[in-house]
Structure formats: structure tokens, C-alpha cells
Ligand binder design. Sequence first.
Ligand SMILES: C[S@@+](CC[C@H](N)C(=O)[O-])C[C@H]1O[C@@H](n2cnc3c(N)ncnc32)[C@H](O)[C@@H]1O
Length: 305
Amino acid sequence: MASSESAAYDPNTMCAASVSVPGESPVQTRLDDGRRVQEGIASVFDRAAAYYRDMRWEKNRVTRLEKRLTRQVLVEELGDGPAGSALEIGCGPGTWTPLLADKAGEVTALDLSERMLERAREAVREPNVTFVQGDAASFVTDRAFDRVMSVRVLEYVPEWRSIVRRLEDLVAPGGRAVIVTKTPVSVWRGTGRERWFGPHTMARRLTGRKLDPEFWQKYIPVREMCRAFAEAGLVDVKVRPVIFGLPVYVRGTKQYPIIPRPAEAPALRATSALWRWVSRRGEGIRRVSLVLAESYAVSGRRPAP
Ligand SMILES: C[S@@+](CC[C@H](N)C(=O)[O-])C[C@H]1O[C@@H](n2cnc3c(N)ncnc32)[C@H](O)[C@@H]1O
């Protein structure tokens, strides 16, 4: 297991300290590094399991708004009506698993981190959910699912493209997939800042040590994600913002004094209103609005035979 300092999850930023950000070379991930990267990420999320859910989704009104926006996107993109089966890739502490459990007859929830799965088993009591420990890039299944969902996971997986391409087999005919991942502002907001200005980073740069190859995080460009969906044979591929980023700068996972505290509530209301307006618009406006977004969703469906 990785144990280096720079692979620790920063409880303030909810990000790891070693990342690649747009315009910079990503941390090297040769194939023979794959296992080390995976172990590093599992170790980081094992350590984050105890506080992740509260820190990321529940601790204050900014994160709770972010949770509501994310939930609404998932509900809408998973589509109406019940489903026979569903797969969640990277369920973490089970934040979104109940959504699938309500919709599908049986749910498989996969995660790399054993500690995250322990949290999920405690939080999700629905009997139709089976939790599985494994790597999204290599887990083996011989079945297809009516719904496949993954929230804020693929940015940590160097083999993200092969996972999306596997949707060809993982999504049953007539089924749907939705993937949520971070935008550059989200990858940068904690990690990039930390990378350049944080004490660990400065120390590392001064001592000439390389960035830790055991942790990997990368922005996945929207166009590449859409292309991978299309290559997986999914149609009606749609993009939309999930969380709008500006309020996060006030009091989200890190304190950014951009908007004074008294102005926070009206700012959040304005953000919600703008988000609702954008969500009702067509693909063009949704894509343009990604400049304000902290994360985006891509969804698609596999045609029925
Ligand atoms: C940021 S958390 C998100 C958890 C949950 N989806 C949520 O939104 O609350 C990322 C999760 O992805 C898992 N993960 C990272 N890489 C993975 C991989 N290769 N295969 C499966 N799960 C992975 C981590 O263990 C962690 O639980």
C-alpha cells in the first residue's frame, strides 16, 4: 500500500495532492505502474472513507446544494421507469447507491476501497444491493445491466477510456449509462493550488523530489468522454453541467473568501436558478455553461435490438 504523504487525501480539498492538471504533463502511468497507481488510490480512499461523505456532501449548505444538484442530474439521466439490473462503478460510501436500489431489481455496487465498501454496507440497507470489491478497469462480469452509473470516479482511473468502452458490453440493449466526472476547475481548485503553493509541494519542489506516481487524477475532456461513449455504441449522448462551481469557492470543501458569508445564501439561490435555467436548455447552452461547472455528466443509451 502506498503511504507517502503526497498521496494523502486532503480533508479540506477532498483531493489528493498529486494530480495532473490541464496544460501540464500527467503523472507518468506506464502499464507496469498500473498496479502501484491502483494500490495508491485504494489506500488514499481507504483513509478518506471515515470522513468523505460528510466532508464532500453533507457538511454545510454549499455541499448540500451540490448534493441536490448531483442527485437531480442522476435521477433525470437514469431515466424514468424501473430497471431489472444496475451497476454502480465506484460507489464509495454509498452516497448514490440508494437511487439505483429504488429503481432496479438488483444492484451491483463496485469499489476499489474496502473501507469505502464497509461504509457503504453500513449506510445502504436495501437487500437488493450486492457490494463488490474490485477495480473498475479489470473487474470481470459476464452480464449486462439496464443502468450503469459512476459518479466522480473515472478521473482517478488511468484506464478510464477502456472502462467507458466497456459500456458496450456492460449496458444492456435499451439500457442507459451516466457518468459524472470533474471539470478542470474542480481538478485545479484544490489540487492545482496545493500543487503549486502548498507546503508539501513547495518542499517537494525545493528538494527536487518527483510527484508521487502512486496517485493519479486527471481531467477527462468532454469531447474525449463523448467519443468514448460513441465508440461504445451508445447513442443520444448528452452533456450537462452537474455542479456549478462558483459557490464552492465560498464555503465548500475549502474556504475561498470570494463571496462574503452574508452573501452566500443569495449567491446559492442565484446559482440554483441559473442551474435550473441551463438544465432546461439545449445541448449548446449546456456545453457553454460548463465554464461555470465543477463537474459534468455524460449520458447515453444503448439502442434496443
Ligand atoms: C471521490 S469518491 C466518489 C464516491 C461516490 N461515487 C460519491 O460520489 O460519493 C471515488 C471512489 O472511486 C473509487 N475508485 C477509484 N478508483 C477506482 C477503480 N479503479 N475501480 C473502482 N473504484 C475506484 C474510490 O475507492 C472511491 O470510493
